[in-house]
Ligand binder design. Structure first.
Ligand SMILES: O=C(O)COP(=O)(O)O
Ligand SMILES: [Mg+2]
Length: 268
């Protein structure tokens, strides 16, 4: 049964009940590059109380290493193996679960974070930040020569989303029903430093609509993300709490994994 925390003893009981604290990032620790009041102090207090911290974000724009640099800039102690982003989870899924053959490629709608994680996992890809795709020039199907090695399309948050990228992704998926359609996450909105913006889910929506096909989602609330974490980190779900700002991703993710959940209201 959900209850609103107010008294100090409410928080004390959380501290005594849970050893592993899984934090969502956007809307919980920060809005864009602006830390949320008190977040850094809470992380510091939890560290001092000997709690294990894990950072679990659907934001696919950054790799685990990029996030480590962000935590460093905020003066927050964080280690790469505590950071789980949907870009990393997608790369691990493609390499270790889907077992994409080495001679096959992924067509990416997304940014350098996804590219870095795919590269780390030895997954070949095209698209992404390739200047040829980051264009507002009209897309001509007559001039498009699909890469025959593309066996999956991965769509994540992409500030350079455009008709060329959507058209190429559509072609790979429309022409070949065996081509896997993956999205890093389906967050409808993204809590930026200055307010809500369309999120990844709103960027892959045109493909879902045009193809009349649902993708496989890697990030929260999907179990895939938890499997990726549990492959690297042992924790007791009974003594783990997931802190998030979205009911349909973070809280659903925690409930699906048998974790306790704590909803914060800073997601805007
Ligand atoms: O980038 C997003 O859409 C959400 O990211 P989050 O999971 O850290 O809240
Ligand atoms: Mg969030």
């Amino acid at each position: 049964m959900a209850r609103r925390l107010s008294a100090a003893e409410d928080y004390e009981s959380l501290l005594s009940n849970y050893d592993t604290w899984m934090f969502d990032c956007d809307g919980v620790l920060w809005h864009g590059d602006r830390p949320i009041d008190g977040a850094v102090e809470v992380l510091d207090m939890l560290r001092k109380r000997g709690k294990r911290l894990l950072f679990v974000t659907n934001n696919a724009t950054k790799s685990r290493r990029n996030y480590k640099a962000k935590f460093d800039q905020l003066g927050v102690e964080a280690h790469v193996d505590e950071i789980y982003g949907s870009a990393y989870a997608a790369a691990v899924y493609i390499s270790s679960v889907m077992k994409l053959p080495k001679d096959k490629k992924v067509y990416v709608i997304g940014m350098s974070g996804i590219e870095e994680e795919l590269h780390e996992e030895g997954v070949s890809f095209i698209g992404g930040t390739d200047p040829a795709d980051c264009t507002l020039e009209p897309f001509s199907l007559a001039d498009f020569i699909p890469d025959p090695d593309v066996a999956a399309v991965l769509c994540g948050f992409d500030t350079q989303i455009n008709y060329t990228k959507l058209s190429k992704a559509f072609q790979y998926l429309h022409r070949n029903p065996a081509c896997q359609f993956l999205v890093t996450n389906e967050d409808s909105t993204f809590p930026s430093a200055h307010g809500l913006l369309p999120g990844s889910g709103s960027l892959s929506a045109p493909l879902r609509f045009a193809l009349n096909r649902d993708p496989l989602t890697i990030g929260k609330p999907a179990r895939t993300m938890l499997d990726c974490i549990q492959a690297k980190v042992h924790f007791d779900p009974e003594r783990t709490i997931m802190i998030g700002d979205r009911l349909n991703t973070d809280i659903l993710f925690g409930q699906g994994g048998g974790l306790a959940t704590l909803l914060v209201l800073t997601g805007k």
